[in-house]
Design a protein around this ligand. Structure first.
Ligand SMILES: Nc1ncnc2c1ncn2[C@@H]1O[C@H](COP(=O)(O)OP(=O)(O)OP(=O)(O)O)[C@@H](O)[C@H]1O
Ligand SMILES: [Mg+2]
Length: 494
């Protein structure tokens, strides 16, 4: 009998020590995700890129990460079911960044408590969420990549002779990329190659995820699998290859393999999940992301300037925090425009120097990016219905008057002021689109609507942004810098 199945003393079973400290905050230092190349940072623009790492300067979201770690601890003790995590938030709130952070967390976890299983994050496109065959393929592929990685690193062999056979087949000069690619292809093609048999055969009939698991018991049993699904508002079971109830069986712990899933999507994600019978009442974590705490926003900005070793940055950091109003998308936009300006104006210098660039110019470029983001959101809202623009303007004015909260009935009354014939269906279409586009957010606990994105109202009402003054660099961080208003080397000579 293995340890995990042994009967434990009652007190131990009741108060198990957490395997992962749910409240630990590492500010990215542990995994060095801030070590990003400036060119890469600028080329990612202001979207969270899903790759092998968490996004640089990720800050805050302690509540969400704590909820994630609590579930990790449960899974680690061999509990299945009730482990589903659902994250909903408006566009630009940082859902994909949080997904990447969960992936980063998973990659750093110790094996499960019994030591039997290693954690395996698996990206799953939302349109495959109910397709057992695609889920099986995605998992096989992730395992193959991990095995190939292990093989190349010369770590423990997954099966006797496997690493040697794989390496021999790849040739002595194969780089990690090629080996991973070969593993991906192998998993995709299925069948046997190099004497390995990971992955489905192309004709494999799969009636359920349980079927797929049954065929892979040997390969999957050593992994604690977490499916990471982005854009989860698109989940449905109406596509070819879908088998209704697939996610629901994972959610309920009904699949005989250690699999759970996290979904990240726009408001409406829960409705999509309920449409495939994933019920809210079963537990797990139901999370909503919106603005960051101010301290988290400040941390993100400070970490960015520190990572790129920018001098004379204080006023810039303050301006970015204020201008982005703690909204993740805006933070990223202003950070990118600031770094791009500072890099350009620091050409030829040994260090990036903010005092060489114009803060007002950088913020003006950031403002353009921010307005572009709002224009896209607004375009999405008004695309399908010619009346929605006028509705939005009416509702935004009303939000201003009411102190920021409106009930569904108040919204309906506002739309009827605009057009007497507006009925409930039209109000619902509008509120749904307004939620998807980030204009409004429904708080189910009150229940009222609010505007989740700071300054979206100001944009729609054409309110000017505060002027940006060029900083006074008298209190110079770099005493050796020459220039207007700064201290010269002579000034500080005693
Ligand atoms: N917690 C955070 N700390 C620092 N930066 C963040 C954080 N969350 C998000 N960001 C940054 O904000 C930007 C937008 O985030 P992200 O792409 O994750 O938003 P999203 O909610 O997935 O948007 P969409 O709905 O459009 O997909 C990214 O550049 C990301 O790096
Ligand atoms: Mg996203």
């Amino acid at each position: 009998m293995c340890y995990s199945h042994a009967v434990k003393p009652l007190h131990e079973a009741r108060q198990p020590m957490p395997l992962v400290d749910p409240d630990y905050v590492d500010d990215g230092a542990l995994r060095e995700q801030d070590r990003v190349d400036l060119e890469d940072f600028l080329s990612d623009m202001d979207r969270a890129e899903l790759g092998e790492r968490g996004v640089a300067f990720f800050s805050g979201r302690e509540t969400e990460i704590t909820a994630f770690r609590r579930i990790v601890n449960r899974l680690s003790r061999g509990r299945q079911g009730n482990a589903t995590i659902v994250v909903e938030g408006p566009p630009g709130a940082g859902k994909s960044a949080l997904l990447a952070q969960f992936q980063e967390e998973i990659s750093g976890l110790p094996p499960t408590e019994s030591g039997q299983r290693e954690w395996l994050p698996v990206f799953l496109p939302a349109n495959f969420a109910e397709a057992p065959k695609e889920i099986a393929r995605a998992i096989d592929r992730a395992i193959s990549v991990r095995l190939a990685d292990r093989i190349l690193r010369g770590a423990a062999q997954p099966a006797p002779g496997l690493a040697a056979r794989f390496q021999a087949a790849m040739g002595p000069k194969a780089g990690i990329k090629n080996v991973k690619e070969a593993a991906r292809k192998l998993a995709g093609r299925g069948g046997g190659a190099f004497g390995m048999s990971i992955g489905p055969s192309p004709q494999e009939p799969i009636a359920s995820l349980g079927d797929a698991v049954a065929r892979r018991a040997e390969h999957w049993s050593e992994w604690q699998i977490v499916l990471l699904i982005d854009e989860a508002q698109q989940i449905s079971d109406q596509r070819p290859g879908d088998v209704s109830g697939t996610l629901s069986s994972i959610h309920q712990g009904g699949v005989p393999a250690p699999i759970s899933f996290c979904s990240f999507g726009l408001p409406g994600t829960w409705a999509a999940l309920e449409g495939v019978n994933v019920s809210r009442s079963l537990g797990g974590a139901d999370l909503r992301v919106a603005t960051l705490d101010e301290s988290a926003a400040r941390k993100a900005v400070n970490r960015c300037f520190e990572a790129f070793e920018v001098r004379n940055a204080e006023a810039w950091q303050q301006a970015i925090v204020e201008r982005s109003a703690n909204w993740p998308q805006h933070l990223a936009t202003y950070l990118v425009s600031a770094m791009a300006q500072i890099r350009r104006q620091s050409a030829g210098k040994q260090h990036l120097d903010a005092s060489a660039a114009s803060l007002a110019a950088a913020m003006a470029i950031g403002d353009e990016g921010r307005n572009g983001y709002y224009a896209r959101r607004f375009e999405r809202l008004t695309r399908g219905n010619g009346h929605f623009q006028a509705y939005a303007e009416t509702v935004v004015m009303l939000f201003r008057k009411s102190g920021g909260q409106l009930s569904w009935n108040e919204i309906k009354a506002a739309l009827q002021e605009h057009d007497r014939s507006v009925g409930n269906d039209e109000v619902n279409r509008f509120t749904t689109m307004a939620e998807h586009s980030g204009l409004m957010r429904r708080d189910p606990s009150t229940p009222t609507y609010q505007m989740p994105i700071p300054s979206f109202a100001g944009y729609l009402l054409n309110e000017p942004l505060p002027e940006v003054a060029e900083p006074d660099y008298l209190a110079d961080e770099d005493p050796c810098r020459d220039g207007e208003g700064g201290l010269s080397a002579q000034d500080i000579e005693l």
